[in-house]
Design a protein around this ligand. Sequence first.
Ligand code: ZN
Length: 385
Amino acid sequence: MEHISTEFEKLVKKQKLTCDQTQVNIDKLINQINDAKQKIENDSSQSSTTLTILTSKLKTLSSQVIDNHKELHSSISKYSKSIDKKLKINLDTIWKPNVLLGKEDILNSILMSHFVREGQFELAEIFSKESNIPISDEMKNQFQDLFNIVEAIKKKDLKLALNWASEKRYLLKKNNSNLEFELHKLQYIQFLISGDTFSAIQYAKKNFSLFSETNFKDIKRLACSLLFIKHLENSPYSDLLAPSLWDDIEAQFKRDFCSIYGFSSESPLYTAVMVGASSIPPLIKVDTILKVKKNLDWSANSELPVEIPLLDSQRYHSVFSCPVSKEQVDCNGKDNYPTMLLCGHIISKESLLGLCKGNNIYKHKFKCPYCPTESIEAQARRVYF
Ligand SMILES: [Zn+2]
């Protein structure tokens, strides 16, 4: 993509230059005509000579304008050619067209739940009828609630969100979520912004006591901010005015809402498409290298030979594969589970025992299979994903 944008930048620069030249030439044309008009008005006897000179000048200038136009046209047509050339990717080698054969119902229900998650309820209803996949009323109602609340948050109205958070207080606490406090905090900040000290104090008294143990530090800070209520923007509490607090609370609300109802925070279809799209370039590269150098076809294996660079938000750890034994390990397993070595590398408990070979867990040193760090078995820690 970088190549394309540099090439486009060059094209845009060239076009701007051509446009500027055309503008200059057209201005010249107008000036010549005005000059000739002025001359004829001053001395009509010279009109024939003036017009002859003008015609010849206009010819030259208009041919220059035509040239400019041609140049501009050719550079615009280069855009599409350049896109075609740069994005000419043959996906045949890295996709399996039959992978979804016979799984149309799964695909349809994924699509439908995506529509519901995006708030496209009408579309989901039509899709449900046409694909014969029943729509889950429970899920629809839950997301309808979510969208109503998010809509209110966008209008800076926190009432619905606060009601929901107080109803789900127990579950939120269980998930270690501080959503309810964050919502109250934002409501309190609104009183600060409006300069209403009395209401701010009343609100804090009424609502913050519930969080005195979990958020005492935050509450102290919010209380102190009252001292600067007249000029918050120039105080150490200016961060309380950040407009991004609204975006943050919206994102947190969506996340915690989905988590309570057992949904992933992003639509699975969205994640799959994003991960799929960002995997295309490295997969094509790997495919080319493997074919040229080793005459191997990676699609013959179920495991990718390279790591695909993904965003942190796109990484999931529901499955752990031990890099030593190459086996999938149950994260909640009794005897075999993921363990982290002193260096931070994670292998399965069984592989760790294999490395220690039954030696003294406090004395026998072994080297990590992935880095030079040496450690003893007792230093390894169980990891929960
Ligand atoms: Zn290591």
